[in-house]
Design a binder for this molecule. Structure first.
Ligand code: CIR
Length: 255
């Protein structure tokens, strides 16, 4: 079985992305494409095969494929993104994932963004956010429950998704910003706290023994290094202006 990363090419409309917390800034789409290519290189170096879908010229946020699906070992759950402008992204993702998994779907009125879903083994944490509603959490719990996964809702505040506030490095270790969520459900983990000056640093992508960190967050990177992990910094400045981060650019699973 190979490790597969599904991504999507950066589209020309990126600058018209959804923004919730950041002010709109000019985005250099050519530079975003170069940074995205470096992201692909990092995924490959970490051992993944990268399958890149064509850009969606009319869907500004389509590069952030993580939000469109939750891939479990047995099933791919196609989400219903919380932002209406993003709902058109799921059709092509569903087609791509159908080659590797049986599909299930989140149905209206439920909404769920993959960025709110953190899976650690058979445990799934799901953010109650502006993008993911109670019905979305309930449908995810029912679907994932059939495959032996336990779903725990987590309140998040002041950030877009649960994974803006916490991600996992391995089954025991998380990177967390406690100011953005209710940390109680994560009690059992060894927690590496983000540096207080690096608000958005909790979103790291651990793959193939390497923890990928945004180049904007050197202090949090140093803390992860000091905890004994190998890290790699990636410059994602243009995607970050669109409120994107490390995990949101790919759907990674065994296929
Ligand atoms: C949005 O607001 O939906 C996009 N501009 C950013 C999505 C980032 N997704 C993620 O971190 N999972």
């Amino acid at each position: 079985m190979k490790l597969l990363a599904i991504t999507r090419a950066v589209g020309p409309a990126l600058a018209r992305c959804e923004l919730t917390f950041l002010a709109r800034e000019p985005i250099d789409v050519d530079r975003a494409r170069l940074q995205h290519a470096a992201y692909h290189d990092a995924l490959r170096r970490a051992g993944a095969e990268v399958e890149t879908l064509p850009a969606e010229p009319d869907l500004p946020d389509a590069v952030f494929v993580e939000d469109t699906a939750v891939v479990l070992d047995e099933v791919a759950i196609i989400t219903r993104p919380g932002a209406e402008s993003r709902r058109g992204e799921v059709a092509s993702i569903a087609r791509a994932l159908a080659r590797y998994r049986t599909l299930a779907r989140i149905d209206p009125p439920a909404t769920l963004d993959g960025g709110d879903v953190l899976r650690v083994g058979r445990e799934i944490f799901v953010g109650r956010s502006s993008r993911t509603n109670a019905a979305g959490i309930a449908q995810l719990a029912a679907l994932a429950g059939r495959h032996g996964c336990r779903v725990t809702p987590v309140d998040v505040r002041g950030c877009l998704h649960l994974k803006s506030a916490v991600t996992a490095i391995d089954d025991e270790t998380i990177v967390i910003n406690r100011t953005l969520l209710d940390a109680a459900p994560f009690r059992r983990f060894r927690a590496l706290d983000v540096d207080p000056t690096e608000d958005a640093a909790a979103n790291v992508l651990a793959l193939g023994g390497i923890v990928h960190v945004s180049a904007r967050f050197p202090r949090t990177r140093a803390a992860i290094d000091a905890a004994g992990f190998e890290t790699l910094a990636l410059d994602l400045s243009e995607l970050e202006k669109a409120e994107g981060a490390l995990t949101c650019g790919s759907l990674v699973f065994r296929a």
